[in-house]
Design a protein around this ligand. Structure first.
Ligand SMILES: *Cc1c(COP(=O)(O)O)cnc(C)c1O
Length: 213
């Protein structure tokens, strides 16, 4: 990661590694937290995140997968970021509960930039057409955008998607009240390219755990 950042003329500290722990057994997660106690860990299931956050409260936890409505209240107090806000409805539900609970959760809007029906997220045109509604949230802090590239054996194939997310961010930053500094993009197969295209958060799972079984 540091090499990719320096190679792109960026400061390595400006890119946060979110260690994706969804595949890892709890004793491995605990071991990693002992080596790196103030790290960022990511989970894709709210239930598992809540359980693990209770055991490891010193870690900054990131939700990177779908958030069901009935899990919002339990999730908000234990997460540092929700990367996966993929609909206006979900954003509005988070806002309502944040208001009720007196919380100011940080969220990223998940954007679907690839033609893959299995992927979650706002399509660009829908996002822009809902922008007035999106911009009404006050308790919720929209801090950036997240995306996943189409699966490929070559990280280079993700570049247009990642560049597209950065361009969309620049456009939204002009048209919304928020500067949207954060770009969550890049996984094990394409994080170098993501850093070159401006990622502030890379979400890396298998590279950390492969071989441990
Ligand atoms: C699992 C997951 C990752 C990590 O993927 P790896 O290829 O294992 O690094 C990143 N982001 C999301 C949203 C995920 O669900």
């Amino acid at each position: 990661m540091a090499a990719a950042a320096l190679g792109a003329g960026r400061i390595p500290d400006d890119v946060t590694l979110v260690a994706v722990t969804k595949y890892a057994q709890m004793d491995w997660v605990q071991a990693l937290a002992e080596i790196a106690p103030s790290s960022d860990f990511g989970e894709s299931r709210p239930q598992q995140l809540a359980e693990r956050a209770q055991l490891l409260p010193g870690i900054r936890w990131h939700l990177i997968g779908p958030l069901q409505r009935n899990k919002i209240r339990k999730t908000l107090p234990v997460v540092s970021r929700i990367h996966s806000v993929d609909s206006l409805k979900l954003l509005q539900d988070i806002e309502r509960i944040a208001l009720e609970e007196g919380l100011h959760p940080k969220v990223l809007l998940e954007i679907n930039l690839v033609q893959d029906p299995a992927k979650h997220g706002f399509h660009r045109d829908l996002l822009l057409s809902h922008l007035d509604e999106i911009c009404k949230v006050r308790s919720t802090q929209v801090v950036g955008l997240m995306t996943m590239a189409a699966h490929s054996d070559s990280g280079e194939d993700s570049r247009p998607t990642f560049a597209g997310l950065r361009e969309l961010r620049d456009e939204l930053a002009r048209r919304s009240p928020w500067p949207l500094p954060e770009l969550s993009m890049g996984m094990t197969g394409d994080f170098e390219v993501a850093i070159e295209e401006g990622a502030t958060h890379v979400r890396i799972g298998s590279a950390l755990w492969d071989g441990l079984e």
